[in-house]
Design a binder for this molecule. Structure first.
Ligand code: AVI
Length: 334
């Protein structure tokens, strides 16, 4: 079958800097100070994240990929059901779709061809998803959709007589608070039909040293990724953060079962953010040791994965793990 691409929506005019200005105003005037993790992913940050996924300490990507490599054929076979339905793969927050390729190849082996619908807020990410898949995986048609899947519905253009397999992989679920994660999965679930399938990739609770090392690598890439958010505010909002006056900090919060990333102020200091579309100029004061909380990365027990799924109306049917049980890939029915 021929490989083709179709962009369903015109790419929106960038209003990104307004969102950055709003987010910064709200987050940095709250106590404690916070910045939302989506701010990491400008071009420089997305490149740093790609580097993180290849770090020796960052076991997540490698482990999930190994699970896919070992089990993709079985995963799509189980998802397609008996008698076999034709699967369409949808991926909210597709990013660069590097690991999705393994699932798509398995779907093509099973059914000869497959339609892949990546959904992402970032047109740039979709472009790299399209490039990663199109022409490299014969038999795949790509239909990109620019949308904020955390707020907006998934593509309406459902193909008749097919079953949707929605992928939410890469431990993306871990970057949401438990309430946000519930809302997100409820929203996804509401857009699936009975029998549709959902594949969730979640990072599991493990030895604290191993989890901390993944967010505090020896080469300092995660530190650069974290600090890039301040560079972004300097670049886009003309703020005057002194990068050498903040250090990257990753901690394990056992009570909340999450790794937290912070940027810690190394001295008492003031930072100036000029007036912008979101409001007047701001002078932010930092005490020595005060932090900006930039990310949560929740780690799940197998039971927590099950209850997240059942609480949002899914029925978990199969789980695949690596031998060391670092990571879980769970298939659920809608
Ligand atoms: C994208 N997300 C699943 C990553 C994570 O592990 O929470 C983001 C990341 N933050 C630091 N390193 C990687």
């Amino acid at each position: 079958p021929e490989t083709s691409a179709l962009v369903l929506e015109p790419l929106p005019v960038a209003t990104a800097s307004e969102a950055v200005a709003d987010e910064t105003r709200v987050g940095l005037t709250s106590t404690p100070k916070t910045l939302s993790p989506w701010l990491f992913y400008d071009e420089a940050g997305s490149q740093l994240f790609e580097q993180i996924t290849a770090l020796p300490e960052y076991y997540l990507t490698r482990t999930e990929r190994a699970i896919f490599t070992a089990h993709a054929d079985e995963i799509v076979r189980v998802a397609a059901g008996e008698p076999r339905q034709t699967l369409t793969l949808i991926e909210p927050g597709a990013g660069s779709a590097a690991k999705t390729r393994i699932m798509l190849e398995a779907a093509v082996r099973l059914q000869g061809s497959v339609v892949y619908q990546p959904v992402d807020v970032s047109a740039t990410a979709l472009e790299s998803a399209r490039k990663n898949i199109l022409g490299r995986v014969p038999g795949v048609s790509v239909r990109c959709q620019v949308a904020d899947y955390t707020r907006e519905p998934l593509p309406e253009n459902r193909l008749p007589n097919t079953r949707t397999l929605a992928l939410y992989i890469g431990s993306s679920i871990g970057n949401f608070t438990p309430n946000e994660a519930l809302a997100l999965l409820q929203n996804l679930r509401a857009q699936l039909l009975p029998g549709d399938q959902f594949l969730l990739g979640a990072d599991l609770v493990k030895d604290v040293t191993a989890m901390l090392a993944a967010y505090n690598d020896a080469a300092g890439v995660t530190a650069a990724f974290n600090r890039n958010v301040l560079e972004r505010l300097n670049r886009e909002l003309d703020a005057d953060f002194d990068l050498s006056a903040f250090r990257h900090k990753a901690i394990w919060n056992a009570r909340e079962s999450r790794i937290e990333m912070h940027l810690e102020s190394l001295c008492a200091q003031r930072v100036h953010v000029p007036a912008n579309s979101a409001g007047d100029a701001m002078i932010l004061t930092f005490a020595r040791g005060e932090t900006i909380h930039t990310e949560n990365s929740y780690k799940f027990t197998p039971e927590a994965v099950e209850s997240l799924l059942s609480d949002t109306g899914f029925r978990a049917t199969h789980t695949w793990n690596d031998d060391a049980k670092l990571f879980a890939v769970t298939l659920a029915s809608a």
